[in-house]
Design a protein around this ligand. Structure first.
Ligand code: UD1
Ligand code: CA
Length: 456
């Protein structure tokens, strides 16, 4: 179910597209479902339907068979599932999920389906310290009698702490029958899906309640506050997992992983780092404070100093073993640093390969360049790789020394062992082993007098 407006988010973006750990809420839910052996996933959209459907199609390609059903207008969760009924086969079981409860685990869903066993209505419930806003589970002794929504509950019912989590498994034939019996005579004038529990009981059907193993799995997101709280809970859980695997986090409360992070032994991560996409950190790698690292492989023993931004996007970034990067460095897609390369402060590298031991320590740009071993690339030097229409390559061969404040106008090759004098604008390739200088000659004008202010 992903048709609701999410009024309490107070946002233009449909609620289920808000992100938790970098992924839309709905994507978390669909990813969990996709781990089960499902015949088909039906996504019910309404609010921002087109936007939601496009997003789902973009990330769910290659997954299970996906069907979209529109719910217009949105008259409640029961009404939502009524719209989906024609898309459900008459046999089999339907697992109904709230699109705004992102961290539900596949194992928990599997247990729910097993409890349903093709004949029971199985509900996932949990005891909450503060159940405000949730549907309460009414019981007669051990047997579930009904669910009453918070807004419809009496004072006494509101004291019940067992709540419906937004997940149920129902055999399809019964589901269709019970859906047809829903009414909207309640506090919100909506068709509540949760009313099918009472209908099932009237029908003499068995209702099973499965307790969720973990509050975090069933926390719903209805407001920015809840979204932030759940994000933190999720991040803490990820941090815990990494630390249990031996990763040393300076502070698990100041760690964010929005994707996958693979770590070798003895990795250290200082405070306030953000990891996105797919990142791997080799054995003994150290990440300084305040780094943002996305889609990159960092080699063993490499040190990323504070405030470094690395984003490989699709092409990726590779940092070789023992390389030093930052502080304040920027590595962009296609940056491939060999072993023991040094990239210092305010150096930007894009689509460039640097061989072992090459150094660019200060204030420089390397774009579309191939840089040889042990090259020293001076402060303030840049590759002029773009002529306004096309990008061209700069080749700097082994053991070259590029002075400060040089412009290498691509396409150009600086020959092995050559030196380029500071301030040169190099437009022609240079032979190996020579000094190349391309700048105005220094002049001395001894007759020159500095202007003086006229006396008052
Ligand atoms: C719902 C349950 C409540 C449960 C809680 C758990 C109902 C009536 N109540 O309440 O018992 O404790 O979830 O999180 O089901 N949606 C639609 N179409 C609609 C309305 C909602 O698709 O017309 C979707 C929403 O996009 C959302 C989900 O259904 O993904 C839940 O809707 P929401 O309004 O958040 O229900 P709750 O009030 O949280
Ligand atoms: Ca909700």
């Amino acid at each position: 179910m992903a048709a609701g407006k999410g009024t309490r988010m107070k946002s233009r973006l449909p609620k289920v597209l808000h992100r938790l750990a970098g992924r839309p809420l709905l994507q978390h839910v669909i990813d969990s479902v996709s781990l089960l052996q499902v015949r088909r996933v039906v996504v019910i959209t309404g609010n921002g339907a087109q936007q939601v459907e496009e997003a789902v199609k973009a990330w769910a390609a290659g997954g299970p068979d996906m069907v979209f059903v529109r719910q217009e207008p949105q008259l409640g969760t029961g009404h939502a599932v009524q719209q989906a009924a024609p898309a459900l086969p008459d046999d089999g079981t339907t697992l109904i999920l709230n699109g705004d409860v992102p961290l539900i685990g596949a194992m928990t869903l599997q247990r729910l389906v097993e409890q349903s066993a093709g004949r029971r209505l199985a509900l996932l419930t949990i005891d909450m310290a503060d159940p405000t806003g949730y549907g309460r589970v009414l019981r007669d002794g051990d047997t579930v009698r009904a669910i009453v929504e918070h807004k419809d509950a009496s004072e006494e019912q509101r004291r019940i702490r067992e709540v419906y989590t937004g997940f149920m498994a129902v055999p399809n034939a019964q589901l269709k029958r019970w859906l047809a019996g829903l009414t909207n005579t309640n506090a919100q004038g909506e068709y509540y899906l949760t009313d099918i529990v009472g209908l099932a009981v009237q029908d003499g059907a068995e209702v099973a309640a499965v307790k969720a193993p973990d509050q975090v799995e069933v926390d719903g997101v209805n407001s920015p506050v809840q979204l932030a709280q759940l994000e933190r809970a999720f991040q803490l859980r990820q941090a815990q997992g990494l630390m249990e695997a031996g990763v040393r986090l300076a502070d698990p409360a100041r760690f964010d992983l929005r994707g996958r992070l693979e770590c070798g032994q003895d990795v250290e991560i200082d405070v306030n780092c953000v990891f996105e996409g797919d990142v791997s950190l080799g054995e003994g790698a150290r990440i300084g404070a305040h780094c943002v690292i996305a889609n990159a492989g960092i080699g063993a023993g490499a040190v990323i100093h504070p405030f470094t931004h690395i984003d490989g996007e699709r092409a990726g970034v590779r940092v070789g073993n023992g390389a030093l990067v930052g502080p304040f460095a920027r590595l962009r897609p296609g940056a491939e640093l060999g072993p023991e390369v040094h990239i210092g402060n305010f150096v930007e590298v894009k689509n460039s390969i640097l061989a072992r031991g090459a150094k660019a320590n200060h204030l420089a740009y390397l774009g579309d360049a191939t840089v040889g071993e042990r090259v020293n690339y001076g402060a303030g030097s840049i590759t002029a790789n773009y002529d306004g229409a096309n990008k061209h390559r700069t080749v700097i061969e082994d053991d070259v020394h590029i002075g400060s404040n040089c412009v290498l106008v691509a396409p150009v090759t600086v020959g092995r062992g050559g030196t380029v004098g500071g301030g040169s604008t190099i437009t022609k390739s240079t032979p190996p082993g020579v000094l190349s200088v391309a700048r105005g000659k220094q002049a001395t004008i001894s007759s020159w007098q500095r202007p003086k202010k006229a006396p008052k």
